[in-house]
Ligand binder design. Structure first.
Ligand code: NAI
Ligand code: MG
Length: 357
Protein backbone atom coordinates (compact mmCIF):
# COMPACT_ATOMS: atom_id res chain seq x y z
CA UNK A 1 0.00 0.00 0.00
CA UNK A 2 1.46 3.33 -1.06
CA UNK A 3 0.34 6.71 0.27
CA UNK A 4 1.12 9.94 -1.57
CA UNK A 5 1.80 12.70 0.95
CA UNK A 6 1.08 16.21 -0.34
CA UNK A 7 1.61 18.67 2.55
CA UNK A 8 1.07 21.89 0.54
CA UNK A 9 1.72 25.32 2.04
CA UNK A 10 0.59 27.44 5.02
CA UNK A 11 -0.16 25.17 7.99
CA UNK A 12 -0.23 22.15 5.62
CA UNK A 13 3.27 20.83 6.40
CA UNK A 14 2.87 21.25 10.20
CA UNK A 15 -0.40 19.33 10.40
CA UNK A 16 0.58 16.64 7.88
CA UNK A 17 3.74 15.94 9.92
CA UNK A 18 1.49 15.01 12.85
CA UNK A 19 -0.62 12.65 10.73
CA UNK A 20 2.55 10.94 9.40
CA UNK A 21 3.73 10.46 12.98
CA UNK A 22 0.41 8.81 13.86
CA UNK A 23 0.48 6.54 10.78
CA UNK A 24 4.04 5.50 11.62
CA UNK A 25 2.92 4.54 15.14
CA UNK A 26 0.52 1.87 13.80
CA UNK A 27 1.64 -1.78 13.78
CA UNK A 28 1.43 -2.01 10.00
CA UNK A 29 3.88 0.21 8.13
CA UNK A 30 2.79 1.98 4.96
CA UNK A 31 5.00 3.19 2.15
CA UNK A 32 4.78 6.99 2.01
CA UNK A 33 6.19 9.35 -0.59
CA UNK A 34 5.96 13.15 -0.41
CA UNK A 35 5.69 15.67 -3.22
CA UNK A 36 5.23 19.44 -3.31
CA UNK A 37 1.79 20.88 -4.12
CA UNK A 38 0.16 24.33 -4.06
CA UNK A 39 2.54 27.09 -3.01
CA UNK A 40 5.24 24.49 -2.35
CA UNK A 41 4.80 23.15 -5.90
CA UNK A 42 5.12 26.67 -7.27
CA UNK A 43 8.32 27.27 -5.27
CA UNK A 44 9.89 23.98 -6.35
CA UNK A 45 8.74 23.65 -9.97
CA UNK A 46 6.93 26.87 -10.91
CA UNK A 47 3.50 25.15 -10.92
CA UNK A 48 0.94 24.39 -8.15
CA UNK A 49 0.43 20.85 -9.46
CA UNK A 50 3.83 19.73 -10.82
CA UNK A 51 3.82 16.76 -13.20
CA UNK A 52 5.71 14.54 -10.76
CA UNK A 53 3.20 15.31 -8.02
CA UNK A 54 0.24 14.40 -10.22
CA UNK A 55 2.00 11.20 -11.32
CA UNK A 56 2.63 10.20 -7.70
CA UNK A 57 -1.01 10.93 -6.75
CA UNK A 58 -2.22 8.80 -9.68
CA UNK A 59 -0.06 5.77 -8.92
CA UNK A 60 -0.58 5.79 -5.12
CA UNK A 61 -3.41 3.88 -3.41
CA UNK A 62 -4.46 7.02 -1.53
CA UNK A 63 -3.48 10.66 -1.17
CA UNK A 64 -3.09 12.52 2.11
CA UNK A 65 -3.35 16.25 1.42
CA UNK A 66 -2.62 19.09 3.84
CA UNK A 67 -3.80 22.49 2.65
CA UNK A 68 -2.91 25.12 0.07
CA UNK A 69 -3.48 28.81 -0.46
CA UNK A 70 -1.06 30.99 1.47
CA UNK A 71 -1.82 34.69 0.91
CA UNK A 72 1.67 35.34 -0.46
CA UNK A 73 0.57 33.62 -3.70
CA UNK A 74 -2.56 35.80 -4.09
CA UNK A 75 -0.90 38.03 -6.70
CA UNK A 76 -0.10 35.13 -9.08
CA UNK A 77 -2.15 34.57 -12.24
CA UNK A 78 -5.11 32.28 -11.57
CA UNK A 79 -3.63 29.13 -13.25
CA UNK A 80 -0.57 29.41 -10.98
CA UNK A 81 -2.51 29.91 -7.73
CA UNK A 82 -2.20 27.14 -5.13
CA UNK A 83 -5.97 26.39 -5.15
CA UNK A 84 -5.68 25.19 -8.78
CA UNK A 85 -3.84 22.15 -7.44
CA UNK A 86 -6.82 20.77 -5.57
CA UNK A 87 -9.15 21.37 -8.52
CA UNK A 88 -6.62 19.68 -10.83
CA UNK A 89 -6.32 16.66 -8.53
CA UNK A 90 -10.11 16.26 -8.27
CA UNK A 91 -10.47 16.40 -12.04
CA UNK A 92 -7.50 14.17 -12.92
CA UNK A 93 -8.31 11.52 -10.32
CA UNK A 94 -12.08 11.65 -11.01
CA UNK A 95 -12.86 12.31 -7.35
CA UNK A 96 -16.63 12.71 -7.55
CA UNK A 97 -17.74 11.70 -4.06
CA UNK A 98 -16.98 14.10 -1.23
CA UNK A 99 -17.51 12.58 2.23
CA UNK A 100 -17.72 14.97 5.13
CA UNK A 101 -18.47 13.56 8.56
CA UNK A 102 -19.89 15.83 11.23
CA UNK A 103 -19.08 14.32 14.59
CA UNK A 104 -19.50 16.08 17.89
CA UNK A 105 -17.10 14.84 20.53
CA UNK A 106 -18.82 15.05 23.93
CA UNK A 107 -15.87 17.01 25.33
CA UNK A 108 -16.43 19.76 22.76
CA UNK A 109 -20.20 20.10 23.28
CA UNK A 110 -19.63 23.66 24.53
CA UNK A 111 -18.16 24.65 21.15
CA UNK A 112 -21.36 23.93 19.21
CA UNK A 113 -23.85 26.71 18.57
CA UNK A 114 -26.74 24.33 19.31
CA UNK A 115 -27.98 23.15 22.69
CA UNK A 116 -26.01 20.16 24.05
CA UNK A 117 -29.11 17.91 24.10
CA UNK A 118 -29.69 18.56 20.38
CA UNK A 119 -26.12 17.78 19.27
CA UNK A 120 -24.51 15.55 21.90
CA UNK A 121 -23.52 12.26 20.31
CA UNK A 122 -23.97 13.67 16.80
CA UNK A 123 -22.33 11.42 14.18
CA UNK A 124 -23.57 12.01 10.65
CA UNK A 125 -21.95 11.83 7.23
CA UNK A 126 -22.74 14.04 4.26
CA UNK A 127 -21.86 12.74 0.80
CA UNK A 128 -21.74 15.52 -1.76
CA UNK A 129 -21.47 14.87 -5.50
CA UNK A 130 -18.46 16.90 -6.59
CA UNK A 131 -18.15 17.00 -10.36
CA UNK A 132 -21.61 17.78 -11.80
CA UNK A 133 -24.70 19.94 -11.15
CA UNK A 134 -25.26 23.64 -11.80
CA UNK A 135 -21.61 24.41 -10.94
CA UNK A 136 -20.45 22.83 -14.21
CA UNK A 137 -23.57 22.68 -16.43
CA UNK A 138 -23.52 24.40 -19.81
CA UNK A 139 -24.81 26.68 -21.22
CA UNK A 140 -24.25 29.54 -18.82
CA UNK A 141 -23.54 33.21 -19.03
CA UNK A 142 -25.14 36.64 -19.31
CA UNK A 143 -27.47 37.39 -22.22
CA UNK A 144 -30.55 39.32 -23.29
CA UNK A 145 -33.56 37.51 -21.78
CA UNK A 146 -35.23 35.61 -24.67
CA UNK A 147 -38.73 35.70 -23.11
CA UNK A 148 -40.74 36.49 -19.98
CA UNK A 149 -41.76 39.80 -18.43
CA UNK A 150 -38.20 41.12 -18.69
CA UNK A 151 -37.60 40.02 -22.27
CA UNK A 152 -34.60 41.85 -23.75
CA UNK A 153 -33.20 42.85 -20.36
CA UNK A 154 -29.81 41.44 -19.33
CA UNK A 155 -30.02 38.18 -17.38
CA UNK A 156 -27.56 35.74 -15.82
CA UNK A 157 -28.24 32.02 -16.33
CA UNK A 158 -26.78 28.63 -15.43
CA UNK A 159 -27.84 25.07 -16.24
CA UNK A 160 -28.50 22.32 -13.72
CA UNK A 161 -27.61 18.90 -15.19
CA UNK A 162 -27.06 15.39 -13.90
CA UNK A 163 -26.55 12.40 -16.16
CA UNK A 164 -27.72 8.91 -15.19
CA UNK A 165 -24.16 7.50 -14.79
CA UNK A 166 -23.22 10.42 -12.52
CA UNK A 167 -26.21 9.80 -10.26
CA UNK A 168 -25.73 6.03 -10.27
CA UNK A 169 -22.08 6.17 -9.22
CA UNK A 170 -22.67 8.59 -6.33
CA UNK A 171 -25.69 6.54 -5.23
CA UNK A 172 -23.56 3.38 -5.13
CA UNK A 173 -20.93 5.12 -2.99
CA UNK A 174 -23.70 6.37 -0.68
CA UNK A 175 -25.39 2.99 -0.22
CA UNK A 176 -22.06 1.21 0.27
CA UNK A 177 -21.00 3.79 2.84
CA UNK A 178 -24.35 3.62 4.66
CA UNK A 179 -23.95 -0.15 4.75
CA UNK A 180 -20.67 0.28 6.70
CA UNK A 181 -22.40 2.63 9.17
CA UNK A 182 -25.98 2.79 10.49
CA UNK A 183 -27.64 1.40 7.33
CA UNK A 184 -29.80 4.50 6.85
CA UNK A 185 -29.52 6.83 3.86
CA UNK A 186 -31.31 10.12 3.24
CA UNK A 187 -31.25 11.31 -0.38
CA UNK A 188 -31.78 15.06 -0.49
CA UNK A 189 -33.41 16.58 -3.58
CA UNK A 190 -35.84 19.23 -4.78
CA UNK A 191 -37.93 16.84 -6.86
CA UNK A 192 -41.08 18.91 -6.30
CA UNK A 193 -39.81 21.76 -8.51
CA UNK A 194 -36.69 20.57 -10.40
CA UNK A 195 -36.69 18.03 -13.25
CA UNK A 196 -33.02 17.28 -12.57
CA UNK A 197 -33.81 16.24 -9.02
CA UNK A 198 -36.95 14.26 -9.88
CA UNK A 199 -34.59 12.30 -12.17
CA UNK A 200 -32.07 12.06 -9.31
CA UNK A 201 -34.76 10.69 -7.00
CA UNK A 202 -35.89 8.08 -9.56
CA UNK A 203 -32.34 6.83 -10.18
CA UNK A 204 -31.47 6.66 -6.46
CA UNK A 205 -34.69 4.69 -5.91
CA UNK A 206 -33.64 2.28 -8.65
CA UNK A 207 -30.10 1.80 -7.26
CA UNK A 208 -31.68 1.09 -3.87
CA UNK A 209 -32.94 -2.25 -5.25
CA UNK A 210 -29.35 -3.51 -4.94
CA UNK A 211 -29.11 -2.42 -1.30
CA UNK A 212 -32.28 -3.62 0.37
CA UNK A 213 -30.48 -3.87 3.73
CA UNK A 214 -30.13 -0.07 3.77
CA UNK A 215 -33.21 2.03 4.62
CA UNK A 216 -33.69 4.84 2.09
CA UNK A 217 -35.60 8.04 2.73
CA UNK A 218 -36.06 11.00 0.34
CA UNK A 219 -36.15 14.53 1.69
CA UNK A 220 -36.55 17.96 0.08
CA UNK A 221 -33.52 20.17 0.60
CA UNK A 222 -35.41 22.92 2.42
CA UNK A 223 -36.74 20.41 4.92
CA UNK A 224 -33.26 18.84 5.23
CA UNK A 225 -31.78 22.25 6.11
CA UNK A 226 -34.43 22.67 8.78
CA UNK A 227 -33.97 19.16 10.21
CA UNK A 228 -30.18 19.61 10.34
CA UNK A 229 -30.53 22.37 12.91
CA UNK A 230 -33.71 21.05 14.56
CA UNK A 231 -32.83 17.38 15.08
CA UNK A 232 -29.51 16.56 13.35
CA UNK A 233 -29.17 13.21 15.11
CA UNK A 234 -32.10 11.87 13.06
CA UNK A 235 -29.67 11.50 10.14
CA UNK A 236 -27.04 8.85 9.49
CA UNK A 237 -25.77 9.25 5.91
CA UNK A 238 -27.01 12.03 3.61
CA UNK A 239 -26.37 11.98 -0.15
CA UNK A 240 -27.05 14.95 -2.38
CA UNK A 241 -25.91 16.98 -5.39
CA UNK A 242 -23.03 19.40 -5.64
CA UNK A 243 -24.82 22.63 -4.74
CA UNK A 244 -27.14 21.31 -2.03
CA UNK A 245 -24.18 19.39 -0.58
CA UNK A 246 -21.97 22.47 -0.55
CA UNK A 247 -24.51 24.34 1.55
CA UNK A 248 -25.69 21.51 3.82
CA UNK A 249 -22.15 20.29 4.61
CA UNK A 250 -21.04 23.74 5.76
CA UNK A 251 -24.14 24.02 7.97
CA UNK A 252 -23.49 20.54 9.41
CA UNK A 253 -19.82 21.39 10.00
CA UNK A 254 -20.73 24.28 12.25
CA UNK A 255 -22.80 22.02 14.49
CA UNK A 256 -19.53 20.50 15.68
CA UNK A 257 -17.62 23.60 16.76
CA UNK A 258 -14.16 24.01 15.22
CA UNK A 259 -13.15 23.59 11.59
CA UNK A 260 -9.85 22.29 12.99
CA UNK A 261 -11.67 19.02 13.89
CA UNK A 262 -13.25 18.19 10.53
CA UNK A 263 -11.75 15.62 8.15
CA UNK A 264 -12.92 14.86 4.60
CA UNK A 265 -12.53 12.32 1.85
CA UNK A 266 -12.96 12.66 -1.91
CA UNK A 267 -13.37 9.29 -3.61
CA UNK A 268 -13.35 7.90 -7.13
CA UNK A 269 -15.35 4.92 -8.41
CA UNK A 270 -12.88 2.40 -6.95
CA UNK A 271 -12.68 3.97 -3.48
CA UNK A 272 -9.31 5.45 -4.25
CA UNK A 273 -9.33 8.81 -2.59
CA UNK A 274 -7.83 12.08 -1.52
CA UNK A 275 -8.05 12.83 2.18
CA UNK A 276 -7.73 16.32 3.61
CA UNK A 277 -8.88 18.48 6.49
CA UNK A 278 -11.97 20.58 5.63
CA UNK A 279 -10.12 23.78 6.44
CA UNK A 280 -7.66 25.77 4.33
CA UNK A 281 -4.02 26.75 4.80
CA UNK A 282 -4.78 29.22 7.64
CA UNK A 283 -2.03 31.72 6.69
CA UNK A 284 -2.88 33.76 9.81
CA UNK A 285 -1.43 31.04 12.08
CA UNK A 286 1.03 29.27 9.73
CA UNK A 287 4.45 28.62 11.25
CA UNK A 288 3.28 29.46 14.77
CA UNK A 289 2.91 25.86 15.91
CA UNK A 290 -0.68 26.36 17.11
CA UNK A 291 -2.74 24.76 14.31
CA UNK A 292 -5.04 21.92 15.31
CA UNK A 293 -3.73 18.74 13.62
CA UNK A 294 -6.77 16.60 14.52
CA UNK A 295 -8.71 17.21 11.28
CA UNK A 296 -5.70 15.89 9.35
CA UNK A 297 -5.13 12.97 11.72
CA UNK A 298 -8.84 12.07 11.40
CA UNK A 299 -8.50 12.37 7.60
CA UNK A 300 -5.73 9.77 7.78
CA UNK A 301 -8.17 7.55 9.73
CA UNK A 302 -10.75 7.97 6.96
CA UNK A 303 -8.07 7.01 4.44
CA UNK A 304 -7.43 3.77 6.32
CA UNK A 305 -11.17 3.05 6.44
CA UNK A 306 -12.25 3.91 2.89
CA UNK A 307 -9.24 3.43 0.61
CA UNK A 308 -6.90 1.05 2.43
CA UNK A 309 -9.50 -1.29 3.94
CA UNK A 310 -8.04 -1.01 7.42
CA UNK A 311 -11.16 -0.18 9.45
CA UNK A 312 -9.60 -1.51 12.65
CA UNK A 313 -6.64 0.86 12.35
CA UNK A 314 -9.04 3.70 11.61
CA UNK A 315 -10.99 2.89 14.78
CA UNK A 316 -7.74 2.90 16.76
CA UNK A 317 -6.82 6.40 15.58
CA UNK A 318 -10.33 7.75 16.20
CA UNK A 319 -10.34 6.25 19.70
CA UNK A 320 -6.91 7.75 20.40
CA UNK A 321 -8.23 11.20 19.43
CA UNK A 322 -11.20 10.72 21.79
CA UNK A 323 -8.82 9.76 24.61
CA UNK A 324 -6.68 12.84 24.05
CA UNK A 325 -9.74 15.10 24.12
CA UNK A 326 -11.00 13.35 27.26
CA UNK A 327 -7.61 13.98 28.89
CA UNK A 328 -8.25 17.72 28.48
CA UNK A 329 -5.59 18.68 25.90
CA UNK A 330 -6.72 21.43 23.52
CA UNK A 331 -5.14 23.47 20.72
CA UNK A 332 -6.11 27.16 20.94
CA UNK A 333 -9.05 26.87 18.49
CA UNK A 334 -10.90 24.48 20.85
CA UNK A 335 -9.47 25.74 24.12
CA UNK A 336 -11.89 26.50 26.97
CA UNK A 337 -11.38 27.35 30.62
CA UNK A 338 -10.38 24.30 32.62
CA UNK A 339 -8.59 22.57 29.73
CA UNK A 340 -4.88 22.44 28.94
CA UNK A 341 -3.64 24.49 25.99
CA UNK A 342 -1.10 22.69 23.76
CA UNK A 343 0.53 23.28 20.38
CA UNK A 344 0.43 21.33 17.10
CA UNK A 345 3.35 19.00 17.86
CA UNK A 346 2.26 18.29 21.44
CA UNK A 347 -1.21 17.38 20.18
CA UNK A 348 0.30 14.99 17.60
CA UNK A 349 2.56 13.44 20.26
CA UNK A 350 -0.42 12.98 22.58
CA UNK A 351 -2.34 11.05 19.89
CA UNK A 352 0.71 8.80 19.34
CA UNK A 353 0.90 8.12 23.10
CA UNK A 354 -2.84 7.40 23.28
CA UNK A 355 -2.46 4.87 20.44
CA UNK A 356 0.08 2.97 22.48
CA UNK A 357 -1.89 2.96 25.75
P1 NAI B 1 -9.01 28.61 6.51
O1 NAI B 1 -9.76 27.36 6.78
O2 NAI B 1 -7.62 28.47 6.06
O3 NAI B 1 -9.02 29.50 7.84
C1 NAI B 1 -10.22 30.01 8.44
C2 NAI B 1 -9.97 30.30 9.93
O4 NAI B 1 -9.89 29.06 10.62
C3 NAI B 1 -8.64 31.02 10.18
O5 NAI B 1 -8.80 31.93 11.24
C4 NAI B 1 -7.69 29.91 10.58
O6 NAI B 1 -6.66 30.31 11.43
C5 NAI B 1 -8.63 28.93 11.26
N1 NAI B 1 -8.17 27.54 11.09
C6 NAI B 1 -8.20 26.81 9.96
N2 NAI B 1 -7.66 25.61 10.16
C7 NAI B 1 -7.28 25.56 11.45
C8 NAI B 1 -6.65 24.59 12.25
N3 NAI B 1 -6.29 23.38 11.79
N4 NAI B 1 -6.40 24.89 13.56
C9 NAI B 1 -6.75 26.07 14.06
N5 NAI B 1 -7.35 27.05 13.35
C10 NAI B 1 -7.61 26.80 12.05
O7 NAI B 1 -9.89 29.43 5.48
P2 NAI B 1 -9.58 30.84 4.78
O8 NAI B 1 -8.91 31.75 5.72
O9 NAI B 1 -10.85 31.24 4.17
O10 NAI B 1 -8.58 30.49 3.60
C11 NAI B 1 -7.16 30.58 3.68
C12 NAI B 1 -6.56 30.05 2.39
O11 NAI B 1 -6.81 28.63 2.30
C13 NAI B 1 -7.19 30.67 1.15
O12 NAI B 1 -6.18 30.95 0.22
C14 NAI B 1 -8.12 29.59 0.62
O13 NAI B 1 -8.27 29.66 -0.76
C15 NAI B 1 -7.39 28.34 1.04
N6 NAI B 1 -8.27 27.17 1.19
C16 NAI B 1 -7.73 25.95 0.84
C17 NAI B 1 -8.46 24.79 0.99
C18 NAI B 1 -7.79 23.51 0.66
O14 NAI B 1 -6.57 23.41 0.69
N7 NAI B 1 -8.54 22.46 0.34
C19 NAI B 1 -9.85 24.81 1.49
C20 NAI B 1 -10.29 26.11 1.91
C21 NAI B 1 -9.53 27.24 1.75
MG1 MG C 1 -18.31 25.40 0.59
Amino acid sequence: MKIAILPGDGIGPEIVDQAIKVLNALDEKFEMESAPVGGAGYEAHGHPLPEGTLKLAKEADAVLFGAVGDWKYDTLDRPLRPEQAILGLRKNLQLFANLRPAILYPELAGASTLKPEVVSGLDILIIRELTGDIYFGQPRGVRAAPDGPFQGAREGFDTMRYSEPEIRRIAHVAFQTARKRGKRLTSVDKANVLETFQFWKDIVTDVHKEYQDVALEHMYVDNAAMQLVRAPKKFDVIVTGNMFGDILSDAAAMLTGSIGMLPSASLDANNKGLYEPSHGSAPDIAGKGVANPLATILSAAMMLRYSLNRAEQADRIENAVKKVLASGLRTPDIHEEGTQRVGTTEMGDAVVRALAS
